[in-house]
Design a protein around this ligand. Structure first.
Ligand SMILES: [Zn+2]
Length: 117
């Protein structure tokens, strides 16, 4: 399945086709599997990841709760880059093609075809 790559933006972008807000590009950090390797506090998890943590997942028995996983975000990348989903990117491409827009590669192919009938 095709994947849309993340892109950096100064503020939360909206999908260029449907206008939906794009989600943050999240990367996960797992701690463990041994309980002693899992942070007991958010501050400890922050020190160990050195990235902006947007979500903490707690585990372990009652009375000995530990952080088993954190979701991190680099503060600038958003999922999909410019589109919320692949279908929006495809619909956007069709819209532009129908308006006569093209890439330089397409222009060169047409020029080559014209010069070499
Ligand atoms: Zn969209």
């Amino acid at each position: 399945m095709a994947t849309l790559f993340p892109a950096k933006h100064d503020k939360q972008p909206h999908c260029r086709y449907c206008g939906a807000k794009l989600r943050k590009w999240i990367e996960w950090v797992e701690f463990g599997p041994k309980a002693e390797d899992q942070p007991r506090t958010k501050e400890e998890a922050n020190r160990r990841t050195n990235r902006k943590i947007v979500h903490y997942t707690w585990g372990g028995p009652e009375g000995d709760r530990r952080i088993v996983r954190v979701s991190t975000w680099d503060g600038e990348r958003y999922q999909g880059g410019y589109f919320c989903k692949i279908q929006c990117a495809v619909d956007f491409a069709f819209l532009f093609a129908e308006q006569g827009r093209e890439t330089v590669t397409h222009q060169k192919a047409i020029a080559y075809q014209r010069e070499n009938p």
